[in-house]
Write a protein that binds this ligand. Structure first.
Ligand SMILES: O=C(O)CCC(=O)C(=O)O
Length: 221
């Protein structure tokens, strides 16, 4: 029998076995991969945000990013008028970025391994918060010292359209719909592919409300 009221604490997504979609020679989407980790992941997220709350950063060009950011791990990705870079300290508090919760590391490593990147050791987890209308413009991830490690990107909350392009800004992009619990991994020959997030549509996610949260795991140094 269906419950009379919806269970606000249940995940809305139907439980399906995780599937793997290849979007590039060394690029994969792991559908629903995060769902079994969620109950351990969200308290870790709360702890990181208590120490390093979301804030909107300014690009070197003087634009305020629509996504709000936080970070954990040894290195946090930051931007201001003087450029994009990784820092050990949170520029807001002057303190070290909070440590990466063990469950974050385990999830990132398990996802990387599933996509053929065994031995991934991220030292940085950028956390992006997108309210409806927020987006991430087309870019390459190239502030890292080495391109040997993959990027592991976790989606939670509202859905998004991820654009996955080529090696030139003008290359045609694939449109990949991402849902709560999906992970995208790209590395190796695909490591420098352009990518973007289209503006998030209005909606309510039963677990995370009116937002999309993304974790981007990288090896910065
Ligand atoms: O939110 C996403 O899925 C992608 C984030 C991203 O591309 C980045 O932080 O560099």
């Amino acid at each position: 029998m269906r419950p009379a009221t919806p269970d606000l604490f249940a995940d809305h997504e139907p439980v399906q076995p995780p599937t793997r979609e290849q979007i590039g020679e060394q690029s994969w989407v792991l559908r629903g991969f995060v769902l079994p980790w969620l109950e351990r992941l969200l308290p870790g997220l709360d702890a990181v945000l208590a120490a390093a709350p979301f804030r909107q950063m300014v690009t070197p060009g003087g634009f305020t990013m629509s996504a709000a950011l936080s970070s954990c791990g040894t290195w946090g990705w930051t931007t201001d008028r003087s450029g994009y870079r990784y820092t050990r300290q949170d520029p807001l508090s002057g303190k070290l970025w909070p440590p990466m919760p063990e469950v974050f590391l385990q999830l990132a490593q398990a996802a990387a391994q599933e996509a053929g990147f065994a031995g991934f050791v991220p030292d940085s987890c950028l956390i992006n918060r997108y309210a409806p209308g927020a987006k991430m413009s087309l870019h390459q991830d190239k502030n890292e010292t080495s391109m040997a490690a993959p990027i592991v990107s976790v989606s939670l909350g509202l859905p998004a359209v991820f654009l996955f392009g080529g090696f030139e800004r003008s290359d045609k992009c694939q449109r990949v719909s991402l849902f709560h619990g999906d992970v995208v991994i790209w590395g190796g020959v695909d490591r420098l592919r352009y990518h973007a997030i289209l503006p998030i549509q209005h909606g309510q996610h039963l677990r995370l409300g009116e937002q999309r949260i993304n974790f981007t795991f990288r090896t910065a140094r």
